[in-house]
Write a protein that binds this ligand. Structure first.
Ligand code: PLP
Length: 438
C-alpha cells in the first residue's frame, strides 16, 4: 500500500528519499519569490513554504511595464474591437510562425475549434474523430456543430492520438480528425497526416497547449498548427502564450479558410449589417491582443524556462538521459516521453504514478506539505456524462486513455520555477510513495 494511502511516513522510505543526490535544496528566499497561486488555499498563499502550480504573478511582474504600456495604449486609442492591436498581434504571431500563415484571432481556444470546423462545413450527419484523452473542448465543439464526436484511444507512452485506433474508429460518415498536440509536443503527424490524406479527411490540429512546437517528421515538417488544414490555439492565461483573460486563434496556410473563419467569427459579416452566414461573436479583444503583443517578444524565454524546469524534473526524478525514452526512476514514476521528431514546449509536466498508487492520497499528502498538483485529465471524454448518447467510441474501447487517466499527475510547471523548487517537489513526491525495492 502507498505510504500516502496509509498516511504514515516510514523511516525507511524517508531516509531513502533523503539519501538521493540533491540538486539544490529549497531556500526560503526562492520560495518567497513565487507569488500567484491557483491550487493552494488563501491561508497557504502567503506562506514561504508554498509552491505554485502556475505563477502568473511572478511572470507578469517581470514584464509589468510593457503590460501597463499596452493597456494604456488601448485606453488611449479606444481600439477595443477589431482594431490596430488585434491586427498587429495577428501579424506578429503569423510572422513568428512563418510559412506564410494566417492568424485569425477569436474569443478563446474553444471557439477557434468551433470556427475551424464550421469553416470546413462540418455539421449534422458527419463524424469527427477525437482522442479520448484531452480537454473537453476538443470534442465539445464537434457536438456543437451537430456532428458526432468519435472517441479513439491514445498511445499510452506519448498520450497522443493513436493512429491505429483512429483508423479503427473511422466510418463512412467520418469527415475530419482533431489531432491534439497534448502537453506541449506534437502528436505523430507523419502517421496521422498520411492516414487522413488517404481517406480525404480534414485535419484540425488542436494546438492550445503546444504553440511554438515544431514537428520534424519524414513525411511532414513544420510548426504545430500548420501541419494540417487548420490549427487552433488558446491564449487562456496559463497557456504557453497567455492573455490576461480569454483569447484564441485559428492558424492556417489556407487564405480562403482564414477568410471564412474571420467571417464566421464576426456574425457572418464582412460588412456591417450585411450577414452572409450564421456566425457568432468571437473576436479577439483589443486589450487582450495588446497584452499578447507585449508578451510575444518574451515567448522564447518563457518556453526556455519551462524546458529548463522539465530537465530539472527529469534529473530529480532519476530519469536522467533515460527521460528521452519515457524512463522510470527508482520510485517507478514514469517521466514524460520525449518524441524525438518534435520539440517540447512543456505546457505541462505530467508523470505516471506507479500502478497501485492511491493518487488522491498522494495529492492530499503533497498539498499538506504545500505542494500543489493537478490531474489532466481524470476522466476520458467518452465516460463524461455530457457525451452519453452524444458520441461514439471506437470498437474495443479506449483502455490506454483509461489507464493514463487513472495514473497521471501534473507537477507544478511554469516559468518561475527554480532548481530548488523542483527538487523540493520531487523529494516530497518520493516521500509519499512506497519504498523502492532494491
Ligand atoms: C487541448 C485544449 N483544447 C482546447 C482548449 C480550449 O481553450 P479555451 O480555454 O481558450 O477555450 C484548451 C484549453 O483549456 C485545451 O487545453
Amino acid at each position: 500500500m502507498s505510504r500516502a494511502a496509509t498516511g504514515a511516513a516510514t523511516g525507511a522510505a524517508r531516509s531513502r528519499a533523503e539519501l538521493r543526490p540533491t540538486l539544490i535544496f529549497a531556500t526560503m528566499s526562492s520560495l518567497r519569490d513565487a507569488r500567484s497561486e491557483q491550487h493552494n488555499s488563501p491561508e497557504q498563499r502567503d506562506s514561504p513554504e508554498v509552491m505554485h502550480m502556475v505563477d502568473l504573478q511572478g511572470l507578469h511582474a517581470r514584464m509589468a511595464k510593457e503590460l501597463r504600456g499596452a493597456m494604456q495604449e488601448v485606453v488611449d486609442t479606444s481600439a477595443f474591437i477589431q482594431g490596430k492591436h488585434v491586427r498587429d498581434f495577428e501579424g506578429a504571431l503569423a510572422q513568428r510562425l512563418g510559412d506564410d500563415c494566417h492568424v485569425v484571432g477569436c474569443g478563446n481556444g474553444t471557439d477557434a475549434l468551433l470556427l475551424a470546423l464550421r469553416a470546413m462545413g462540418i455539421g449534422p450527419g458527419d463524424e469527427v474523430i477525437v482522442p479520448d484523452f484531452t480537454f473537453i473542448a476538443t470534442a465539445e465543439v464537434v457536438a456543437l456543430t451537430g456532428a458526432t464526436p468519435v472517441f479513439a484511444d491514445i498511445d499510452p507512452r506519448t498520450f497522443q492520438l493513436d493512429v491505429t485506433s483512429a483508423q479503427r474508429a473511422m466510418s463512412d460518415q467520418t469527415r475530419a480528425v482533431i489531432v491534439v498536440h497534448l502537453f506541449g509536443q506534437c502528436a505523430d503527424m507523419d502517421a496521422l497526416g498520411a492516414w487522413a490524406q488517404t481517406h480525404g479527411l480534414h485535419v484540425v490540429e488542436d494546438n492550445a497547449q503546444s504553440l511554438g512546437a515544431s514537428w520534424f517528421g519524414t513525411r511532414v515538417q513544420g510548426r504545430a498548427g500548420l501541419l494540417g488544414d487548420a490549427g487552433t490555439t488558446s491564449f487562456f492565461p496559463s497557456k504557453n502564450l497567455g492573455a490576461l483573460g480569454d483569447g484564441g486563434a485559428v492558424l492556417t496556410r489556407n487564405a480562403s479558410l482564414a477568410e471564412k473563419v474571420r467571417l464566421l467569427a464576426n456574425h457572418g459579416a464582412k460588412q456591417k449589417y450585411h450577414h452572409l452566414e450564421i456566425g457568432l461573436n468571437s473576436r479577439l479583444d483589443g486589450l487582450q491582443a495588446a497584452f499578447l503583443g507585449a508578451k510575444l517578444p518574451h515567448f522564447d524565454d518563457m518556453i526556455a524556462r519551462r524546458q529548463k524546469a522539465a530537465s530539472w524534473y527529469d534529473v530529480a526524478l532519476g530519469a536522467g538521459p533515460g527521460a528521452w525514452a519515457g524512463g522510470a526512476g527508482d520510485f517507478g514514476v514514469v517521466v514524460p516521453f520525449r518524441e524525438e521528431r518534435s520539440t517540447h514546449m512543456f505546457h505541462q509536466y505530467c508523470v505516471l504514478l506507479p500502478r497501485e498508487t492511491n493518487r488522491e492520497a498522494v495529492q492530499r499528502e503533497l498539498q499538506s506539505r504545500g505542494i500543489p498538483t493537478a490531474v489532466y485529465y481524470p476522466t476520458p471524454l467518452s465516460s463524461q456524462p455530457a457525451f452519453q448518447g452524444k458520441g461514439r467510441t471506437v470498437e474495443g474501447g479506449t483502455p490506454a486513455a483509461h489507464e493514463v487517466s487513472r495514473r497521471i499527475l501534473a507537477l507544478p510547471m511554469h516559468t518561475e520555477l527554480t532548481p530548488d523548487m523542483v527538487q523540493r517537489v520531487v523529494e516530497e513526491l518520493f516521500r509519499t510513495l512506497p519504498t523502492p525495492q532494491d
